[in-house]
Design a binder for this molecule. Sequence first.
Ligand code: PLP
Length: 281
Amino acid sequence: QYVLYGDKIVEREHASIDLEDRGYNFGDGIYEVVYIYGGKPFSMEEHFKRFADSAAKLEMKLPYTLETVNDLTVKLIEANKIHNGIVYIQMTRGASPRNHLYDRDSACLITGFARKMDPPVQAQENGIKTYLTEDIRWLRCDIKTLNLLGNTMAKRKAADHGCHEALQHREGTCTEGSSSNLFIIKKGTLYTHPATNLILNGITRQHILKIANEQGIDIAEEAFSTRDLIHADEVFLSSTTMEIAPVIAVTGDEEGEFPIGPVTRLLQKKLKEKIKKPTVL
Ligand code: PLP
């Protein structure tokens, strides 16, 4: 397996991370996951734009231009001969003697790996069960940082209750999944939490909103409650790795069951078409 280490593609065993890398000590870093379909990354430009936005929000300096990061990522995919899979790219604030205070001029370290992975057809076709739990994360969920303990704990809780994904709420207001965005459909209107500091503005979310708009579906980027969730006509989640996964059940803080409805199926179909014939957002 080949990995990206700085600006080089090297064999995995030749890459080593310092014990005082700030990513390792503080979770001081950012990342992106891009899906590769038929050897081609989907929406890579949008992912790297968000990568640059996350870096700017954390006052991290990219060591190379976005174009170079893009080229290195393509090389990484090619070196590993990935047909269907993911490429993971992260950047930490690099190694320095452990100190909470960060230096705005630190030399950041970019690393990455690519892995074969088939799209989760089962989840897309049959839907998934979810576990509704309190959102205990910090208040900058708009940044795609390596600090993911709130997310990983929610996911663990969901799995412990036999569910595939967690749904999170802040005092009764639904935010998003542990690694996905949440949508509901009520009386033909598509609702999703607005892209504030409380959620990650998913690239898939943005594609879905654009498709819904093109399809003449009413869109409300408005916060909705856990009660609204339970009384929804259709519920689904979106992410780079899942695309659109219908939600068939919610347990946990509230309980409900949902059919896989026509709006979800239409959006799934249109998103798949877009993936096959990519257009820029
Ligand atoms: N929300 C969170 C917390 C995530 O971690 C992710 C993806 O990993 C998403 C939403 C979905 O974002 P995207 O569609 O860009 O994969």
